[in-house]
Design a protein around this ligand. Structure first.
Ligand SMILES: [Zn+2]
Length: 152
């Protein structure tokens, strides 16, 4: 097999980077701003792992039937029947739709938490905890600004 020097170095550099920064490299490759109308705050949460202030989301009061979509790419993430009031100040769900998210371990703030991001565009949405009240035992703690609700 003939491989050009240029290609060889490109492969060498990218595989070295992947070895050094595996998760960051994978995420960087998949994270993508698709919606040009995202606000500064939305971009900070979705692409800089920010968090919105608790009890600020209009979606906390949302009780209608429908689906919650990714504000960046439109990916369908949650069904309204999975939503519950966790009292935490962030929209909470007992389960996501199959394949909606990918997860990684987040060690920031001296804690070990499971961060999840949109499987389609890579945007950060929140953290999932094992203290949910419904059968699944899960609590998806989602930033409201990352979601768009579409009533049925
Ligand atoms: Zn998305």
């Amino acid at each position: 097999m003939v491989i050009s020097k240029r290609k060889f170095f490109k492969v060498l550099v990218s595989s070295t980077l992947t070895l050094l920064f595996p998760i960051k490299a994978i995420l960087a490759a998949t994270k993508k701003i698709i919606n040009p109308n995202l606000s500064k705050e939305q971009k900070n949460i979705m692409f800089n792992d920010g968090t919105e202030r608790p009890f600020t989301s209009d979606l906390l009061k949302e009780k209608r039937k429908g689906f919650y979509h990714c504000a960046n790419c439109g990916n369908k993430l949650f069904v309204s029947t999975a939503k519950f009031d966790s009292g935490t100040g962030w929209p909470s769900f007992s389960e996501s739709l199959p394949g909606a998210f990918k997860t990684k371990i987040d060690y920031s703030f001296g804690m070990e938490r499971v961060e999840y991001h949109c499987a389609k565009c890579g945007a950060h949405h929140g953290h999932v905890f094992n203290d949910g009240l419904k059968e699944s035992g899960k609590r998806f703690c989602n930033n409201g600004l990352c979601l768009i609700f579409k009533p049925e």
